[in-house]
Design a binder for this molecule. Sequence first.
Ligand SMILES: Nc1ncnc2c1ncn2[C@@H]1O[C@H](COP(=O)(O)OP(=O)(O)OP(=O)(O)O)[C@@H](O)[C@H]1O
Length: 271
Amino acid sequence: MLEVENLGIRFGGLHAVRDVTATVPAGQITAIIGPNGAGKSTFFNLISGFYRPTTGTVRFQGENLTRLPTHEVVARGVARTFQTTTIYRELSVLDNAMIGHRVRTRAGLLDALLRTPRERRDVQGSRDGAMRALDRVGLSRQAHLPAGALTQEGQKRVGIAMALASEPKLLLLDEPAAGMNPEETVNLMTLIRELVAGGLTVTLVEHKMSLVMGLADHILVLHHGQLIAQGNPAQVSRDPAVIEAYLGSHAHGGQMGQDGQSTQGGEAAHA
Ligand SMILES: Nc1ncnc2c1ncn2[C@@H]1O[C@H](COP(=O)(O)OP(=O)(O)OP(=O)(O)O)[C@@H](O)[C@H]1O
């Protein structure tokens, strides 16, 4: 579904992502892992159009997305969530999801100001699309609550609904389980599996190895911006280069698993 070739970006002297060639298969869950600073978020920013690569190409369903602005990437079916929650806490859950949907509607500012028939049709379309997205994440009954009144898990679901409201084919989740307790993490895994069973392709960056190893069909491992391994969880967790990368990063003060639980390296090595 997604193919990147020789993808790279430099920030001054730092090669944050270097020469990555990889594919994301349709209908599967692909996880991107690697020690802190490995380039995972930067890689996400490259494939979702937030950053322009210094080298290489990004192709989605055969189409070259490399130089497209973010909204064009979204319009072609690639949507993402963010590491930190970016929902509007004071707005209703429905309004949040509608914001996600508006990316796909055509009415411009003039239509909105003049409240043209097209604008009214688009608002109705956004409402319907947003409700469908809320239904997919199990939030239709909370649609009229302020988003900030929901639990941490509920707010994460709002963020996912915002992305789903643009009706993506590929959903990019940036650390979806950050800040979640074990029960919430299991609920999230169930939700992701349901979305994939419904035909969505999911790619995620995640530190929690229990989630990655329990969920991913395919794993890409980045280290110092480079792809050092890929394969299924069993293959990746016994790959010497992966174990070395995590243990090395730990030895040099690499951050431990999310919320300071156990080391990524330990979990990867024992998964
Ligand atoms: N906009 C930027 N400008 C300069 N340097 C950046 C920028 N974005 C990221 N970097 C650097 O690129 C490297 C990779 O960062 P990135 O956030 O992609 O890693 P990561 O694997 O997502 O890390 P983490 O697991 O800590 O979230 C880091 O050294 C980071 O400081």
